[in-house]
Ligand binder design. Structure first.
Ligand code: SME
Length: 161
């Protein structure tokens, strides 16, 4: 597998369409969870250069910080708290155009202005979330939702064992 990512310009959709096969290549044949989540975060950071991109995983009833790219972040989030804990509780993707208008938003960084959180499911349960933060307002939309949901579904089943 080539470790160099091919970065493309173009529409958001074109960028995701070029990136997804490369993420598949990075995950192929690798069963280690940390390695796979780290490479997904790295690939998304390289392609989109978002302010913060990473994972929180459900451990002992709370979300615990996992592999990420960006500034240091809060390590633990309770169910129903912030955008991540709300996405977990509601078991659905949340797009927040302006984090200041989201009641209970957890400000890990004052630079973060908008956010998308995508739950990761296994056997019908949320087992973690993918969180992306932007320093720009209104940065994430249905295109991000569609492709990020696809990307988290690519995490190999063996990674969770
Ligand atoms: N803002 C998130 C917390 C995680 S950080 O943004 C990395 C939230 O409200 O859940």
């Amino acid at each position: 597998m080539a470790e160099d990512l091919h970065i493309v310009r173009g529409t958001k959709e074109e960028q995701y369409r070029e990136l997804i096969p490369q993420i598949k290549g990075l995950l192929e044949g690798e069963s280690d969870l940390i390695a796979n989540l780290a490479n997904i975060a790295g690939a998304l950071k390289e392609q989109f250069n978002w302010w913060w991109i990473g994972f929180y995983l459900v451990k002992n009833g709370e979300l615990v910080l996992g592999p990420f790219q960006g500034p240091v972040a809060c390590t633990r989030i309770r169910k129903g708290r912030g955008v991540c804990g709300s996405s977990w509780e509601q078991a659905r993707t949340l797009i927040v155009p302006d984090v200041e208008k989201f009641p209970g938003h957890i400000a890990c960084s004052s630079y973060s202005k908008s956010e998308i959180v995508v739950p990761i499911f296994r056997n019908g349960e949320v087992i973690g979330v993918l969180d992306a933060d932007s320093e720009f307002l209104n940065h994430y939309d249905a295109t991000d939702q569609k492709f990020l949901e696809e990307i988290v579904s690519l995490i190999p089943e063996e990674s969770w064992k």
